[in-house]
Design a protein around this ligand. Structure first.
Ligand code: FES
Ligand SMILES: [Fe+2]
Length: 326
């Protein structure tokens, strides 16, 4: 990975675990090759370096004891929040405790995910579109680990021309032609809308799609059905390896109050979206180069690729803007 991109991403928020995965108090995560431990509960979490400063045991094997993290090897105890070691069981009474602390990182809980940022955040924690309010039901699906570039996966999520080829089973017979669309930019957010029709179906019976992305990688699609209900799928991809070519794909699904009242089950939406993602995986893990090139002249484009081109341009601008801050 380009050093400027690596540095920039160290200043970005990424999910490291689902809140559901810290049910027993401890989970693991990784950003850009930094292995992390997550400990706490659904109200308050700490994200810290993943290995014990004593003998380097993986702290994800530890357990939560009165809100603190206990190393599984010799029982050293690390406080919530600041990671300070507050107990070394092998010390005889009266002996001073050597100074030890885990390096901790920024940690936030949002949309059922634990987010962290390795350095001072350059951008705020990204949000879903404003219309996703408390009346929505949201769920975080089981994340996937994939061998592909973070931006490649983000572009796939936004790519409509692949629907009839990759998603024939889940989406049926959708239009192959991608009508031209207009992208609206607001700071580091991009958005556009389109409809998902099928041949011979009048416009008023087609679904409308609202695409949003907050750079670098928080993307969502809200689908409004002709009956008035809305459902949402969102994806946010964490680069887990330092070269960014191994990622963890976190994702959310949601239903609004209208679709819930109409009988839509969040579990069904999650199951459907899981199937859609699994159809994409053999594609995104078999692209070369593994990461989407920022050089716009190295691949051939069509008007349907307008999003990818804009995304690559704005992403390059984001790297430049981070660099200019230095
Ligand atoms: S390795 Fe963690 S307490 Fe010894
Ligand atoms: Fe897809």
């Amino acid at each position: 990975m380009d050093p400027v991109e690596y540095e920039t991403l160290r200043h970005m928020w990424f999910p490291v675990a689902r809140v559901a995965d810290i049910e027993n108090g401890v989970a693991s995560g990784s950003i850009l090759g930094e292995e992390l431990v997550v400990y706490g509960d659904e109200r308050s979490v700490t994200v810290a370096e993943g290995f014990c400063p004593h003998r380097g045991v993986a702290l994800r094997l530890g357990q939560l004891r009165e809100g603190a993290l206990e190393c599984p090897y010799h029982g050293w105890l690390f406080e919530a929040g600041n990671g300070r070691c507050t107990r070394i069981p092998s010390l005889p009474p009266g002996r001073g405790r050597p100074h030890a602390a885990l390096r901790t990182y920024a940690a936030e809980i949002s949309y059922g995910l634990v987010w962290s940022c390795l350095e001072d955040p350059f951008l705020p924690l990204p949000r879903l579109p404003e219309y996703v309010d408390e009346a929505w039901q949201l769920g975080a699906g089981e994340p996937y680990t994939l061998n592909c570039g973070m931006r490649q996966l983000t572009e796939n999520f936004r790519d409509k021309a692949h629907f009839p080829f990759v998603h024939a089973e889940t989406m049926g017979d959708v239009d192959q032609v991608v009508e031209s669309y207009r992208i609206v930019r607001d700071g580091w957010r991009l958005g556009w809308s389109s409809s998902l029709g099928a041949e011979g179906i009048p416009e008023e019976f087609s679904h409308h799609l609202d695409y949003r992305i907050t750079l670098p990688v928080f993307a969502s699609i809200c689908v409004s059905s002709p009956s008035g209900g809305r459902r949402l799928v969102a994806q946010v991809t964490t680069p887990v390896s330092a070269d960014g070519l191994r990622v963890r794909q976190f994702w959310l699904a949601g239903t609004d109050a209208v679709s819930t009242a109409q009988g839509a089950e969040l579990a069904d939406v999650l199951a459907y979206e899981r199937q859609v993602f699994e159809e994409d995986h053999p594609i995104v893990e078999n692209q070369r180069p593994v990461e989407a090139p920022l050089d716009l002249y190295s691949q051939v484009h069509t008007p349907a690729d307008k999003f990818s081109i804009t995304y690559r341009r704005v992403y390059t601008e984001l790297l430049e803007s981070y660099k200019a801050r230095q």
